[in-house]
Ligand binder design. Structure first.
Ligand SMILES: Cc1ncc(COP(=O)(O)O)c(C=O)c1O
Length: 460
């Protein structure tokens, strides 16, 4: 399946996918000829108040040390990609079509790629016209654009609790309020959705979007049960709420299974986001949005203002890859690789974790959502875990309201199965020591940690 020499080097930093999405959100303190941060901060627009570094980003400096097994990041494993044949295709593309590939294009995206995207989406039951697809710089850009055209400050976005950090960053940037809707092992709960809508309406607020990741959820690792999907669509349509379906992991079901897309069931009330980040290469930064016609037109205008057009070269590389490579076979190889890693993680959790822990059993995607025993504060424990050379993403970062203190996201996408087992063993040791402290002192003495949300590099 994969060339062993391409296996991830354990000395290579494991960079969380969210790092990129949050990099630009944090104001950076600088001094120099332009003055200092204090002077500038008085001039920032109000909306920058919502732009803060995520816990995951702050953790990155520590988690990327080679001796630390990072179960924190969401980086896809690209070891199985056919790099040699890919580089030949790229060279051919530049020599044969360089004048086009290196030129500006349209904000809508390269037409041939939009047609191919329709073929990709057909695998999940979506029947779309290429005109209604717009190419974006990753689906992260689509999250930004959709929020930009729909949300005024104070508008409410409903989102699963927990939810994807990068999406919540986009919602915060446009000063939208996130209200979480509870999930269980079958995904978003329709009864909780009804309750949340009633509660928000009682407060006199406007709900603009339901943001949902139905398949192999980031970070929860669960999938929305097919029988719940029509009910959720019906609730949203009755209440005038647009559904934002974010589906970067849908083709990564470990048994090759797919689920009926929400978009296919209600095309007029769903905006669908897709991405090549997890099924090809995240560094290409090519994603897409499929939207009802009028919404798509507005999105193209917003995209023009953001980037003029997505990179033509990258779009053409992705398009060539799809037409010259066995991309379906490649997705199968990715699935097998991730399944092996998922199995390594679940097996190690079973073997090493103490009583009272719970975790989800993902059937696809990248993540396990782990709940520690009562009394454990995952964020406070993180510096001690890093001292034991393991890192995770603590649960509070995936909520707007500081829920999730006993929870953590454990990623199995990037480290090798061996490293995953070792990382889980170290995490179990940390937890055991934590619980020993709790039993002895009733607290671990770290609950009042304030200041930076993550450990400094010195804690490792
Ligand atoms: C649920 C979800 N949506 C969107 C994204 C952003 O992906 P892209 O690389 O396409 O911008 C991610 C990346 O981790 C994700 O997990």
């Amino acid at each position: 399946m994969s060339d062993h020499s391409n296996q991830p080097d354990s000395n290579q930093p494991e960079q969380p996918a969210e790092q990129a999405s949050n990099e630009s959100q944090a104001p950076v303190a600088r001094t120099g000829s332009m003055g200092n941060l204090d002077t500038h901060s008085e001039r920032y627009a109000e909306r920058t108040a919502g732009m803060t570094a995520s816990e995951i980003r702050a953790l990155f400096a520590v988690a990327s040390r080679p001796e630390v097994v990072s179960l924190a990041g969401g980086m896809p494993n690209l070891a199985a990609l056919p790099l040699d044949s890919l580089s030949e295709e790229v060279a051919r593309l530049v020599s044969e079509q360089g004048q086009t590939a290196l030129q500006y294009g349209s904000a809508h995206g390269v037409p041939e790629l939009r047609e191919q995207i329709c073929e990709v989406m057909a695998l999940e039951g979506i029947s779309a016209h290429p005109d209604d697809v717009m190419v974006t710089v990753g689906s992260q850009m689509a999250l930004d654009l959709v929020t930009r055209i729909f949300c005024d400050p104070g508008d409410v976005v409903l989102a699963e609790g927990p939810s994807y950090v990068g999406a919540m960053g986009a919602f915060a940037t446009y000063q939208a309020d996130v209200v979480h809707v509870a999930m269980d092992e079958h995904g978003l709960r329709p009864d909780a959705l009804r309750q949340a809508i009633d509660e928000v309406h009682r407060q006199g607020k406007k709900i603009k979007l339901l943001y949902t990741i139905p398949n192999f959820h980031n970070p929860a690792g669960v999938t929305l049960a097919p029988e719940r999907r029509p009910e959720i669509l019906e609730i949203c349509s009755r209440n005038g709420i647009l559904v934002l379906e974010d589906n970067p992991y849908g083709l990564l079901g470990f048994e090759g299974q797919t689920y009926p897309s929400l978009q296919a069931q209600d095309p007029e009330n769903v905006v669908y986001l897709g991405s090549f980040s997890k099924i090809f290469a995240s560094g290409m930064r090519v994603g897409w949005v499929l939207a009802p016609h009028a919404v798509r037109e507005k999105l193209v205008l917003a995209a023009e203002s953001a980037t003029l057009c997505p990179p033509t070269l990258n779009q053409m590389i992705v398009s060539r890859y799809l037409s010259t490579h066995d991309w379906l076979g490649q997705i199968k190889a990715f699935r097998e690789q991730y399944r092996e890693r998922r199995d390594a993680m679940l097996g190690a959790l079973e073997q090493y974790m103490p009583e009272g822990c719970e975790w989800t059993h993902p059937e696809g995607g990248f993540f396990v959502w782990f709940t520690a025993p009562e009394g454990v504060d995952a964020k406070a424990m993180l510096p001690r875990a890093v001292t034991q050379r393991v890192a995770y993403a603590s649960g509070t970062g995936f909520y707007r309201d500081q829920l999730g203190s006993r929870q953590m996201r454990l990623s199995f996408c990037y480290p090798t199965p061996e490293r995953i087992r070792e990382g889980v063993r170290r995490l179990a040791n940390t937890l055991n020591e934590e619980m020993e402290l709790l039993r002895t002192f009733g607290s671990t003495g770290q609950r009042d940690i304030s200041g930076p949300q993550a450990p400094s590099p010195d804690t490792a």
